[in-house]
Design a protein around this ligand. Structure first.
Ligand SMILES: C[S@@+](CC[C@H](N)C(=O)[O-])C[C@H]1O[C@@H](n2cnc3c(N)ncnc32)[C@H](O)[C@@H]1O
Length: 197
């Protein structure tokens, strides 16, 4: 039995992004967003469709096989020209974005890529380095969503560190929201949402 009224983390994440896109449309803002963990490109496609004709997605992943799937997915949907995929760790984001780029939002989906090498996981040090590097180029009201999984080895430690890092962000400059299910006992997941003020 699934709940009817409480959104899943995935649904809640999409709601946040759709809300942001509504603001972009109202302000006729050309959105540039980052997909920090491209994997097979499901989220990259969602973002590429969201930013529309004039916007752009910069995607990062360390696994070439996933990136190839993502590229194909974007081409099939005819939005590939609105995305640039880097075979590089997201911790290099500041070096890879074109100079002067301001980012409207970034999405991170942590952990490992299902159906791929489960030993390749995101790690706190590089995840936090990437998040930290994004903050100065995040626009006012720009958002970062971080979906944290704890069901794999290293997942809880990464989640704890990312959460601890988020608590250090100044209340005057950022809001950090959190969405999760306190009574989920195994494979706990959390969504962190950061908005720059
Ligand atoms: C949960 S999966 C992402 C799923 C993806 N969003 C999708 O729609 O298929 C996590 C991804 O993070 C990638 N990853 C691990 N370390 C990374 C790093 N330092 N920089 C960028 N991606 C990394 C993994 O290769 C994996 O594809």
């Amino acid at each position: 039995m699934r709940p009817r009224h409480i959104p899943s983390i995935l649904q809640f994440t999409k709601t946040i992004w759709l809300q942001a896109a509504e603001c972009w449309r109202e302000k006729q803002h050309t959105a540039v967003v980052v997909d920090g963990t491209v994997g097979n490109g499901h989220d990259t496609l969602f973002l590429a469709e969201l930013v529309g004709e004039r916007g752009h997605v910069y995607g990062f992943d360390v696994q070439e096989s996933g990136l190839a799937n993502a590229q194909e997915r974007l081409e099939t949907a005819q939005v590939a020209e609105h995305a640039t995929l880097f075979h590089a760790g997201h911790e290099t984001v500041a070096d890879k974005l074109p100079e002067g780029t301001l980012v409207s939002g970034a999405m991170y989906n942590l952990g490992y890529l299902p159906g791929s090498d489960h030993a390749v996981i995101t790690r706190a040090r590089t995840t936090i380095a990437s998040l930290q590097a994004l903050l100065p180029v995040l626009m006012p009201n720009g958002i970062i969503t971080v979906h944290i999984y704890t069901g794999h080895e290293g997942g809880t430690a990464e989640g704890d560190e990312v959460m601890a890092w988020s608590k250090t962000l100044s209340w005057k400059e950022y809001r950090v929201g959190r969405y999760d299910f306190p009574n989920k006992e195994i494979n706990k997941e959390h969504l962190l949402v950061i908005e720059k003020l």
